[in-house]
Design a protein. Structure first.
Ligand SMILES: [Fe+2]
Length: 220
C-alpha cells in the first residue's frame, strides 16, 4: 500500500523520499515523505509501534483517536485549485463540506468517519502555514477542565468555547508556543459515506467561538 501510494505520488510529479531515519524516530516500519503543492511536509507510514502499556494522560483525559486518527489539521494554501486536485484527486480524500465567509471558502476533507482530518483555505498572505491542529476528548467536562487550566496557566485563548456548524464539535482555541493554535474539543460528528451529502455553510459556528484579538480575525 505504501509502495502504491509512493508510485501514485511520483506519477503526479511529486518528489517522494523514503526516510529510514525518520521511520526510526517515529517508531514505524516504513515511511515516505513529500511536500504538497504549497510546501507543507507530509509523511506516510505503515506499521506503527504498539506499546504493551497504552498512553494514559496524567490528567486522566481520554483522547478520541484510534481508527479516526489523531484529530485534524487546518492550514493555509496559496492555490485552492491545486490543493483540491492534490488532496481530493491524488491522495483520495473525500469532501465533507465547505464554509464560505468573508469571501473565502474553507474546504473540509475526510479519510475515515471523522468529519474532517484536514481543512484548508486559500490565503496568499498567510500560506503556507499551519493554522491549527485539533485534539478531541471524549468528555465535555474535560474541555471545561482544560479551559480552567488554560486560564490558570496564562495560555492565550484565541477563540472562546463554541460549537461548529459543520462538524458540530464543541471546542475552544488556544495559542501554542510555536505560534499556531490548538483546538480542543468534544463531540465531533462522524461521516457515513453511503448517506453523506456535501453542504456549504455560511458560518463557522452555531454559537460562541468569539475571537478576542482583532489581528487573528479571518483565520477560521
Ligand atoms: Fe478545527
Amino acid at each position: 500500500m505504501l509502495d502504491d501510494l509512493g508510485h501514485r505520488l511520483s506519477a503526479a510529479g511529486l518528489a517522494v523520499e523514503e526516510d529510514r531515519a525518520c521511520a526510526e524516530e517515529r517508531r514505524v516500519e516504513g515511511l515516505i515523505r513529500c511536500v504538497d503543492p504549497d510546501g507543507h511536509r507530509l509523511e506516510f507510514f505503515y506499521g506503527p509501534h504498539v506499546p504493551k502499556r497504552p498512553f494514559v494522560s496524567p490528567r486522566g483525559v481520554r483522547f478520541v483517536t484510534g481508527d479516526l486518527g489523531l484529530g485534524h489539521v487546518f492550514f493555509f494554501v496559496t492555490d485552492l485549485g491545486a490543493a483540491k486536485e492534490f488532496y481530493l484527486g491524488t491522495l483520495g480524500f473525500r469532501l465533507s463540506d465547505t464554509i464560505e465567509f468573508h469571501g473565502r471558502k474553507v474546504h473540509f476533507l475526510h479519510v475515515n468517519p471523522r468529519h474532517h482530518s484536514l481543512a484548508f483555505v486559500q490565503n496568499e498572505e498567510l500560506a503556507p502555514a499551519l493554522g491549527h491542529f485539533m485534539l478531541e476528548v471524549d468528555d465535555i467536562d474535560d474541555v471545561g477542565r482544560t479551559l480552567d487550566e488554560v486560564d490558570s496557566r496564562g495560555v492565550t485563548l484565541t477563540e472562546t468555547l463554541g460549537r461548529h456548524t459543520n462538524d458540530r464539535a464543541i471546542s475552544f482555541f488556544m495559542k501554542n508556543p510555536s505560534g499556531s493554535e490548538v483546538e480542543y474539543g468534544y463531540d465531533g460528528r462522524l461521516v457515513d459515506d453511503t448517506t453523506w451529502r456535501v453542504a456549504n455553510y455560511d458560518a463557522t459556528s452555531l454559537w460562541g467561538h468569539h475571537r478576542d484579538r482583532p489581528e487573528s480575525a479571518g483565520v477560521h
